[in-house]
Design a binder for this molecule. Structure first.
Ligand SMILES: *Cc1c(COP(=O)(O)O)cnc(C)c1O
Length: 364
């Protein structure tokens, strides 16, 4: 049996007929950017994410970057984020001229709120907690700490669309949330895309300006901006896929539970916080024989990934600012974690095949 790590073509089949019709409609409409599809997608995303405002942008990195810019984060400021995230959580901070600072993660491999205060100083302007792998971080506690020091919380929700913490959608706890529509995310389009959630009207207005050259209308520029927009074709595809997202997330949760029940005596499983609704963008298991297990599975046709083999603070781009051992839990993840295939079109037979082969590795 061959089990790829992702299967985007299978998901495309679900929307293919409707999408091809839409594509033709859009072509004939002559309206390709910031049109009806984009506006309708923003309204539907706002409802799905339980957020007052949604602004679509060109990608998930821009979503985070534009929130930082709109809040005035820049040179001289520090922003705290998780060292075990995807690089974008960190480079968006650098792109504003501010400095990224890190705080280690806890047993759910998200920012550890109890370690946060140690990383805050008078230059700290914001915190970007990440809901990594679709598992909500301890966002309420993080917001409490931030509130005490009067600093912004910007949620990196790129991997967590549909996730909830204590019944409330991620992206609605902080001042804003950044989401990605990259093909590999739980809601992915056929290229790059992203969006911002916020309940703050002024922030929403500033981001609408920033994403479109700073323009208020066709001719009047209110502030220097950028070009970061989602085009009509991607918005139309996003709308069609959004209809299935609840169902897809449920299926992914079902697979995660099957993996958990079958494998927890063999490997450490990601420890999601209680009373959270996790959408399992990735399913991470932990073992000190990670590389051998990865090989064992590959030889049996099962493709796995590592999220991520080099923690951000140890990347070359950081020019040796940090040494090994700076953030032990993040480093533990990079050397011991393995992500198993998990996506809505993965059927039970394949899930069982993965389970049998993880077991056979440990039983050998
Ligand atoms: C994917 C991702 C991003 C960036 O999204 P893009 O759309 O690829 O720019 C940011 N943060 C995290 C945690 C991600 O996984």
């Amino acid at each position: 049996m061959d089990i790829p790590f992702v299967d985007l073509a299978a998901q495309y089949e679900v929307v293919r007929n409707d999408f091809l019709k839409k594509l033709d409609e859009i072509g004939k409409s002559g309206q390709y950017i910031l049109g009806n599809e984009c506006a309708a997608f923003e309204a539907e995303l706002a409802e799905f994410c339980e957020s007052r405002f949604v602004i679509t942008v060109a990608n998930g990195s821009d979503a985070l970057f534009l929130i930082l810019k709109a809040l005035g984060v820049g040179p001289g400021d520090e922003v705290i984020t998780a060292p075990n995230s995807f690089l974008a959580s960190s480079w968006v901070i650098v792109a504003t001229g501010a400095t990224p600072k890190y705080c280690d993660v806890d047993s759910s491999f998200n920012l550890d709120p109890s370690k946060l205060e140690g990383a805050i100083n008078e230059r700290t302007k914001a915190i970007i907690p990440v809901h990594l792998a679709g598992i909500p971080c301890q966002i309420e506690e993080i917001c409490n700490v931030a509130g005490k020091y009067g600093i912004f919380v910007i949620e990196d929700c790129a991997q967590a669309i549909g996730a909830k913490f204590r019944g409330r959608s991620v992206g609605t706890f902080g001042i804003g949330g950044g989401f990605s529509l990259h093909p590999l995310k739980n809601l992915g389009v056929m290229g790059d895309g992203g969006f911002i959630t916020t309940n703050d009207e002024e922030l929403a207005m500033q981001i609408r300006l920033l994403r479109n050259h700073g323009l208020r209308n066709r001719d009047e520029m209110m502030r220097w901006g950028y070009n970061s927009r989602l085009d009509e074709i991607q918005a139309a595809l996003g709308r069609l896929k959004l209809k299935s997202l609840r169902e897809w997330n449920s299926r992914v949760i079902e697979i995660a539970n099957t993996y958990k029940n079958a494998l927890q005596t063999y490997v450490q499983i990601l420890d999601a916080p209680l009373d959270s609704y996790s959408v399992w963008h990735n399913f991470l298991i932990f073992t000190k024989n990670r590389d051998q297990l990865k090989n064992h599975l590959l030889q049996r046709g099962i493709d796995t990934r590592i999220h991520y083999p080099i923690p951000i603070h140890l990347q070359k781009g950081h020019n040796n600012e940090y040494s090994q051992g700076s953030f032990p839990n993040a480093e533990y993840q990079s050397t011991n974690s393995l992500s198993l295939p998990i996506y809505p079109t993965l059927d039970n037979e394949k899930v069982d095949y993965v389970i049998q082969n993880v077991k056979s590795f440990f039983e050998a």
